[in-house]
Design a protein around this ligand. Structure first.
Ligand code: 8YV
Length: 317
């Protein structure tokens, strides 16, 4: 009999799904109607879980999977998995570390340029035939230059560093904050997030959300100010979304480029309706290249764990 594995979020690479189906009896949780009944019947026999960084797995579900050997996260965020509990149980939790760095940094830059150059509002203007109706150049407000902007990076991990490399190429002075100064980072360290916001034209959130929550609040947004931009490619809950929606609606910040939200897929109406926001549906790692690499790492983690080994990307064993 093939080992049984449980998929909590889909893998979008058909060849990888074929490979998984050849080796395992794959149960797709997101397609199961009566989830509680399914867990009662099959939970006991599940040996591996595949999940997304944002989806994670609840402690309650982990407790219903006694034969589990590995939680393979198809992503880098570990904030939705109780790592301490898994460590205590000797359960491998793996992440696709390094696989999505470049794509996430690329999208951060894309969102920042789109926000400050009003690319999406301009696209809507042309698409709706408004240009013909209002051909005078003054019909569209002037935008804000990106090159040379002071960029504050929140979280100088892999993604933060990749963002720094990119913005440096645009001649942007860089500051950053993190839990501590990093000796191998040449940029200006600012311990206090509010002070970093005050000294920045754009704040780019690249931090893990394992502990931090709501760190970008009204005070930080006001420090960023009416000419400042916020970009978030990390986790929605790093931001107090109510404060952000109010700041955007009132023009207390110039704009925001957001890939992630507190309660995905629900996005506050104030953020959806504003011309100051550029929005994405949590797509930063969603390229064929990166998702293929990520999925291959997931397959490898499951294979090693089910063969009794320690997956190289394990964070807990
Ligand atoms: C992934 C993410 O898109 O890596 C993460 O933690 O949230 C995302 O980049 C997601 O995990 C895909 O399943």
């Amino acid at each position: 009999m093939k080992p049984r594995i449980l998929q909590l979020s889909p893998i979008l690479i058909p060849a990888i799904n074929d490979r998984l189906a050849e080796r395992y009896e794959v149960h797709k949780y997101f397609e199961i109607a009566d989830k509680a009944a399914w867990l009662r019947d099959y939970g006991i026999s599940i040996e591996a879980v595949i999940t997304g960084g944002h989806t994670g797995i609840s402690r309650d579900m982990l407790e219903q999977l006694p034969a589990l050997k590995v939680v393979a996260i198809n992503g880098v965020g570990t904030d939705a998995v109780d790592l301490a509990y898994c460590r205590g149980r000797g359960l491998a939790v793996t992440a696709t570390l390094g696989a999505l760095t470049e794509d996430v940094a690329d999208l951060a830059i894309g969102l920042l340029i789109a926000a400050c150059r009003n690319i999406c509002a301009g696209d809507r203007f042309v698409r709706a035939g408004q240009w013909e109706l209002h051909p005078q150049p003054s019909a569209i407000p002037l935008a804000r230059r990106f090159s040379g902007m002071r960029v504050g990076i929140v979280g100088m991990g892999r993604v933060g560093r990749a963002v720094a490399t990119r913005v440096a190429a645009f001649g942007c002075p860089i500051g950053y904050t993190d839990l501590r100064r990093m000796d191998d980072v040449p940029h200006r360290f600012v311990a206090d997030l509010r002070e970093l916001a005050c000294d920045s034209d754009a704040l780019v959130l690249c931090a893990a959300a394992d502990k931090a929550e709501g760190i970008v609040d009204a005070a930080v947004l006001d420090a960023l100010g009416p000419r400042g931009y916020l970009v978030n490619v990390a986790r929605g809950r790093l931001v107090n979304e109510k404060d952000l929606a109010e700041a955007v609606a009132a023009g207390r910040i110039a704009g925001a480029g957001l890939d992630v939200f507190v309660d995905e897929p629900r996005v506050p109406i104030a953020l959806r309706e504003s011309d100051r926001t550029t929005l994405q549906a949590h797509r930063a790692s969603a390229t064929w290249e990166t998702r293929t690499t990520m999925a291959e790492m997931v397959v490898e983690s499951v294979a090693v764990a089910l063969a009794g080994g320690r997956p190289p990307m394990s964070l807990t064993t």
